[in-house]
Write a protein that binds this ligand. Structure first.
Ligand SMILES: Nc1ncnc2c1ncn2[C@@H]1O[C@H](COP(=O)(O)OP(=O)(O)O)[C@@H](O)[C@H]1O
Ligand SMILES: [Mg+2]
Length: 235
């Protein structure tokens, strides 16, 4: 897919105690693209996101993002001593934090929880607040680090619909880290596999939303094989 580039990573090397976790990684993410990043646990997915977010600068190689970046994690990381609306706008430069929070909460269908304390939210609600907090920054690049990993299956499906909706409306480029091949195939335009410190495989997903797992079965088998999982094991 051609188009303006939002994120460029070239020759990225990240080592911990001399051990290279990322080893000459190249990546380009274009404007508005939805990219899923798969890889074994410990393969360096979160490390890559931290570099893109600019929170880890102790690297070799280059990582450039055009515009704003925001990130959401597996744990919503809300401040327990701030009400929901405050969590969303904390640190945000705006004259009307309540209004901004109210609009953001409406987008994630939590209008009625603006005054709630984080501990009174369900896991799915807290994750929606976390998404709203990421979106009010109007990111050009939205980094999602296994954001649905801790949710039950039904809540996860609802979150898939919500993220697709928000992505369509705001059109940030998204880089979603997930363990879940089906989640990657349902949501993304492009699926990457991180292995050996680099992007070891890349698959384009046919653009036929809404997608069904059945229509993606063949691609699923190929991605699982990239991850070193045979089709029978995964079934
Ligand atoms: N701060 C750190 N210090 C030392 N090693 C780390 C640190 N952060 C991550 N690592 C190591 O780097 C590797 C990749 O970690 P990570 O990016 O979190 O993997 P993933 O998100 O793919 O599961 C792992 O082996 C992990 O133990
Ligand atoms: Mg991780």
């Amino acid at each position: 897919m051609a188009g303006p580039v939002t994120a460029t990573v070239r020759g990225l090397v990240k080592a911990y105690d001399g051990r290279r976790v990322l080893d000459g990684l190249d990546l380009t993410v274009r404007r508005g693209e939805f990219v899923a990043l798969l890889g074994r646990s410990g393969s360096g997915k979160s490390t890559l996101l931290k570099v893109l977010a600019g929170t880890d600068r102790d690297i070799h190689g280059t990582s450039t993002v055009e515009g704003r970046v925001s990130m959401a994690f597996q744990q919503p990381r809300l401040l327990p001593w701030r009400r929901v609306w405050r969590n969303i706008t904390l640190g945000l430069d705006t004259d009307d934090p309540r209004g901004v929070a109210r609009r953001a909460l409406a987008e994630v269908a939590l209008d009625d929880r603006a005054q709630a304390w984080p501990r009174t939210l369900s896991g799915g609600e807290a994750q929606r607040v976390s998404l709203a907090r990421a979106l009010v920054r109007e990111p050009d690049l939205l980094l999602l680090d296994e954001p649905f990993g801790a949710l039950d299956a039904l809540t996860r499906l609802a979150m898939h619909r919500l993220v697709t909706q928000l992505w369509r409306r705001h059109r940030p480029a998204v880089l979603l880290v997930t363990h879940d091949v089906d989640e990657a195939l349902v949501l993304a335009d492009r699926v990457l596999v991180l292995e050996g410190g680099r992007i070891a495989a890349e698959h384009h997903v046919p653009d036929d939303r809404p997608r069904t797992i059945a229509s993606l079965a063949r691609l699923r088998a190929r991605v699982l094989s990239d991850l070193g999982v045979s089709h029978d094991e995964a079934a």
